[in-house]
Design a protein around this ligand. Structure first.
Ligand code: GAR
Length: 207
């Protein structure tokens, strides 16, 4: 299965997918395109180092959001990708792309949805909010993407304990390493194996 990976920043989740392709867990997966919303994303360097085609597509560089949306969709389709993986992608996708790739777009979110999610809850912010609320566990969620932020069917979640001395940065790193980088490749594996179906807006996962 060929996938497109959308990024905006450091690309540790992209790297986790690349590593799992290399170690055989995702040997039948190939990344046909990395699409970045920022020209400065370190994820672009990771793509280049691994000979993966990469493009930067920012909506503000297009005459309208509609044209940007169409071009994004075209890039993914021309690269022959069947699944879009949002791996730290911090823009909202256009409606055309979401519709065309209905149930074929997944996102990794750094909290246990429905906690600490929605518009504005990205990067370090869910971890700041989780510590401010005093939660005792947090984690990450992989879910399908629909028109609203973080509200599509949940595929996988993984938790870690929140420790008394945690700072947002320390918690973020633990969740990235122990949750995100585990469940994002796993969700791709399950989807490629046809183990994920959606019924009444609920994802059913055969593990
Ligand atoms: C990750 O923690 C990811 O869960 C988060 O951005 C970070 C990107 O890291 N995504 C969101 O907050 C989306 N709402 P990466 O670029 O190193 O993979």
């Amino acid at each position: 299965m060929r996938i497109a990976v959308f990024v905006s920043g450091g690309g540790t989740n992209l790297q986790a997918i690349i590593d799992k392709i290399k170690d055989g867990y995702l040997s039948d997966i190939d990344i046909g395109l990395v699409l970045s919303s920022s020209p400065d994303a370190y994820a672009l360097t990771r793509a280049k180092d691994n000979n993966i085609p990469a493009v930067v597509m920012r909506s503000r560089d297009y005459p309208s959001v509609e044209e940007w949306d169409s071009e994004v969709l075209k890039a993914v389709e021309e690269a022959g990708c069947e699944l879009i993986v949002l791996a730290g992608y911090l823009s909202l996708l256009g409606p055309k792309t979401v519709k065309k790739f209905s149930n074929r777009i997944i996102n990794i979110h750094p909290a246990l949805i429905p906690a600490f999610c929605g518009e504005g809850m990205y990067g370090i912010r869910p971890h700041v909010a989780a510590l401010a609320r005093g939660v005792k566990v947090s984690g990450a969620t992989v879910h399908f993407v629909n028109e609203e932020y973080d509200s599509g069917p949940i595929i996988l979640q993984k938790t870690v304990d929140v420790l008394p001395d945690d700072t947002p940065e320390v918690l973020q790193q633990r969740i990235m390493k122990e949750c995100e980088q585990v469940i994002l490749p796993k969700a791709i594996r399950l989807i490629a194996d046809g183990q994920v179906t959606i019924e009444n807006n609920i994802a059913k996962v055969k593990d």
